[in-house]
Design a protein around this ligand. Structure first.
Ligand code: HEM
Length: 172
């Protein structure tokens, strides 16, 4: 790994540690940990979604670049750093706090959470699939066509609409 890659990794590790230490302090000292944890959940969700919406867009542009060219190498760095240092930690923190508030709020028997969890499993599968694509582009392969990536680009947005409607409106 390059020096700046190692520095980004260190910064991501420090951010996760700071997030978890802050959460532990809130749990111990705050009277209303639920709302604090929901806020941390939403912060992590924003970072995760930003990556899920942007990464396939990077694949679309990367797809047409000549393997080995300077632009293609720049895309490789952008994709791998976005995935490893933003999306992976953000996904873990979103799940961690999401499950915690589901348990604390006794939401596990609610229909809206069941549908939200189905959409979340699909979103997490998309995340894993994008990670495999990051590694394939890193080996100078060109998985799928750019038309397919344009289509896949819409999947996280569609799932996000279902997830947010379930979380906010709780229709059942
Ligand atoms: C990763 C797994 C996730 C779990 C287990 C989870 C679970 C939960 C739970 C139990 C709540 C509390 C509901 C309340 O207090 O009203 C909540 C709130 C929320 N979640 Fe998630 N969630 C997850 C991911 C996401 C994602 C990916 C998004 C957005 C795309 C999202 C958006 C929201 C929003 C906007 C709220 C606030 C709802 C409100 O207060 O009205 N969540 N989540």
């Amino acid at each position: 790994m390059s020096d700046s890659g190692a520095r980004s990794g260190l910064r991501a590790g420090i951010a996760i540690a700071a997030f978890c230490t802050g959460a532990a302090a809130i749990y111990v000292f705050s009277g209303d940990a639920y709302l604090w944890f929901k806020a941390l959940h939403i912060i992590a969700v924003i970072a995760w979604m930003a990556g899920l919406l942007y990464l396939p867009r990077l694949f679309i542009y990367h797809h047409d670049k000549m393997p080995g060219s300077e632009t293609s190498e720049t895309f490789k760095t952008m994709e791998s750093r976005l995935y490893r240092f933003i999306m992976n930690p953000a996904m873990m923190i979103a799940w961690l706090f999401g499950l915690f508030i589901a348990w604390q709020g006794q939401w596990f028997s609610s229909g809206w959470l069941h549908l939200k969890l189905v959409a979340l499993v699909a979103l997490t599968l998309a995340h894993v699939y994008f990670g495999r694509a990051v590694r394939a582009f890193g080996r100078d392969e060109r998985p799928l066509t750019s038309g397919r990536w344009r289509l896949l680009n819409e999947v996280p947005a569609a799932l996000m609409i279902v997830i947010v409607i379930m979380a906010v409106l709780k229709p059942f």
